[in-house]
Structure formats: structure tokens, C-alpha cells
Design a protein around this ligand. Structure first.
Ligand code: PDD
Length: 284
């Protein structure tokens, strides 16, 4: 199946999709995005992704776009591509206009999407976990809005790759652990999970929300509270959650092993439940 793109409702082969060079997403990073995965032929938590896109657009004062229009585009692209395990990327910019910092008066938001098969992470990584490094959080103050301004994330990820690690974890000036470059982070200590509360400094991840729901259902205690690097390094388990990573164990940070240096039982259990849920049941 060819990789496809959608540009303002028109579906074309991905290599033929084009956007105008004065798109504000391209010139100013004035665009929001979201990434939706499908499992076993079903889009996972589409409504939560639509909610988050609406929230991001509202935060940037984009003119409203009917939710059903965006949903219709996503479903049409997904059905046309016919890929059971797909990754859909959606980007909506403020529009196309002559370059000028102020909002253009008449520009219409531009909606683009791509779809590709997503094989998920190599099994090797899920089984054995990954290494990470810590980096200072140099991002802006509204990381809760899912914008395409990802340069600090890109640079931190590359720094991690250059160091032979899988990813980087953003640390605030006061030492608080925030999240990784494209996933939220959890630690486990004595059977209790901790994760950064929802503030303007982290993305409200949908996989994070799934973990909270699954813990509630299965009686695992979970606390949304701040913790620092010392507590993270002293944890029994560390794992990250995201649409692309699912639930991924972190076994080493800055060269120091976490717990036994292997993927822990809570991480394994939650990851199994997440994938089962995505393949079989609706979003909780
Ligand atoms: N990233 N934190 C950040 C900074 C992210 O960019 C993401 C997702 C997450 C996890 O959110 P979710 O569980 O809703 O995928 C947390 C996407 C996948 C990306 O940039 O590719």
C-alpha cells in the first residue's frame, strides 16, 4: 500500500503532497500537531486526540474548525490506506499568508496529514529497555500545547543518540524531572507509581492518561507529584509512555542502572494491558 497524504481534504500519494512556502507552520512554527496510532485496524482513542487538537488550537486562538471535519479527514485517510497498524500524523497551521508576525486576518487553517505503517518499536527495545540521558529543559513555557516547535526536542534526542542512548529526559532548573522528548515519564518505588502532574511544562499525553486509568482499574497506587533526578535514579523502575513508544522501560540513565537494570514487572504488565486494550476494547 502506498504511503498517502491528505492536504486540505485531498488525498494524494505522499511524495506528491505539497504545502505553500508561506504556510505559517513552515515560517513560524505556527501550527499544532497530533499523532494517532491504529492497532488491529482500529484507531486508538481518536476522540482524545481530537480533544487535544481542539485544546491546542484554542490555546493558540486559531479560528474554530468543526471537529467532525477533522475526524472525517482522519477516518477517510485511514480507510483509504487500509493499513491495520498505522501511524497518522496530523498538522494544522494557522494558514498561508505573506510573512508577518501578527495573525493574518483572512487566512484559513491548513490541514495536512500523512499515514504510514507503524511497526512500533523493535521488540528488542521493549524486552530489554533503553538507556537515556538527562538534559536541561530549554523548551518554552507552554509544553502542554502540542505545537510543531520541536527544536529543543530534536536537539535533545540527537544529543541522546550521539551519546549512544535512546532518548533524553528534560530536567527543570530546580531539578524536577519533566518528560522525555516525545513521551511522558513514570517512576515506581515500592510498588507506587509517580508521574509529573499536568502543568504547562509537560504534554498531557494520552498514553499517560491510559496508564492512570489502567492503574485505577487494577489497584496500582499512582501519585501525580514532582520528583527530582535523585529520586528517579533511586527508583525501582522508570518507564516512558507515548503513542510511538507505548510503554517502554528505561534501564539506565546517565550511565547509572535503574533498579536491577532490567525492565521491571509493573512496566511489563502495563505495556501488555495497553496493547491488549488498544487491540480489543474501546478507549477507557
Ligand atoms: N509525541 N510528551 C511529549 C513532549 C510528546 O511529544 C509526546 C507525544 C508525549 C506522549 O503523548 P501521547 O501519549 O499522547 O502520544 C509526551 C508524539 C507521539 C510525537 O511527537 O511524535
Amino acid at each position: 500500500m502506498p504511503e498517502l497524504a491528505l492536504v486540505n481534504g485531498k488525498i494524494v500519494p505522499l511524495d506528491q503532497a505539497r504545502v505553500p512556502i508561506e504556510d505559517r507552520g513552515y515560517q513560524f512554527g505556527d501550527a499544532i500537531y497530533d499523532v494517532i496510532d491504529s492497532y488491529a485496524g482500529k484507531l486508538f482513542c481518536l476522540d482524545l486526540h481530537l480533544d487535544r487538537m481542539e485544546r491546542s488550537m484554542k490555546a493558540l486562538s486559531f479560528p474554530p474548525i468543526p471537529r467532525e471535519k477533522i475526524r472525517g479527514y482522519i477516518v477517510e485517510l485511514f480507510e483509504k490506506a487500509g493499513i491495520a497498524k498505522a501511524g497518522i500524523y496530523v498538522q494544522i497551521s494557522r494558514g498561508v499568508a505573506p510573512r508577518n508576525h501578527g495573525f493574518p486576518r483572512d487566512a484559513q487553517p491548513q490541514i495536512i496529514m500523512t499515514i504510514r505503517s507503524s511497526s512500533g518499536l523493535p521488540l528488542e527495545l521493549t524486552e530489554h529497555g533503553v538507556k537515556m540521558i538527562t538534559v536541561p529543559d530549554l523548551r518554552w513555557g507552554r509544553c502542554d500545547i502540542k505545537t510543531v516547535q520541536l527544536l529543543p526536542n530534536v536537539l535533545a534526542k540527537q544529543q541522546a543518540l550521539n551519546a549512544g542512548a535512546f532518548d533524553a529526559i528534560f530536567i527543570a532548573e530546580d531539578g524536577v524531572v519533566r518528560e522525555a522528548t516525545s513521551s511522558n515519564l513514570f517512576i515506581a518505588k515500592n510498588g507506587v507509581l509517580f508521574t509529573h502532574p499536568l502543568t504547562q511544562n509537560i504534554l498531557p499525553g494520552i498514553s499517560r492518561r491510559m496508564v492512570l486509568a489502567m492503574c485505577e482499574e487494577s489497584g496500582i497506587e499512582i501519585v501525580e507529584s514532582f520528583f527530582d533526578v535523585g529520586r528517579m535514579l533511586d527508583a525501582d523502575e522508570v518507564f516512558v509512555t507515548g503513542t510511538i513508544t507505548d510503554i517502554l522501560g528505561v534501564v539506565e540513565i546517565d550511565g547509572k542502572p535503574i533498579g536491577e537494570g532490567t525492565v521491571g514487572p509493573i512496566c511489563r504488565r502495563l505495556n501488555r494491558s495497553l496493547v491488549e486494550r488498544a487491540e480489543n476494547s474501546p478507549c477507557p
